[in-house]
Design a protein around this ligand. Structure first.
Ligand code: ZN
Length: 120
């Protein structure tokens, strides 16, 4: 396995590890999806689906609750790890604001004013 693949595999394992804390998993998804622009984009509802968790009542896997995801993203913002513009459709790691050199200009998928209100 080459180095880049090894790192990607590590992030993928963490992102889907049901025993890992949600904050770790959200950051792993941000790394997996990070574009050259410094944005990690997700389709509507996608981040909820890929962050499936075990439902304590039924024992079955289900998408993470939207409010739980919002709280997790806000906690990561408070910790200075994600920019406040982050939300269910776009994770913006702190330090990646400028994007990579020669990054293409793309439109953000995250509606700004309603960052946490948009229905996932
Ligand atoms: Zn974005």
């Amino acid at each position: 396995m080459n180095y880049v693949k090894m790192i990607g595999q590590w992030d993928e394992d963490l992102a889907t590890n049901l025993n890992a804390g949600l904050e770790h998993r959200v950051l792993a998804w941000a790394r997996l999806r990070l574009e050259r622009t410094g944005h990690a984009h997700f389709d509507k509802g996608e981040l909820l689906r890929v962050l499936e968790v075990v439902n304590p009542r039924t024992g079955e896997l289900s998408p993470v609750n939207a409010r739980t995801l919002d709280r997790t993203v806000n906690a990561l913002v408070d910790q200075g790890l994600l920019l406040p513009a982050s939300g269910r459709r776009c994770l913006r790691p702190v330090g990646c604001e400028q994007g990579a050199r020669n990054a293409p200009v793309t439109e953000c998928k995250q509606p700004r004013a309603t960052a946490n209100e948009v229905t996932g």
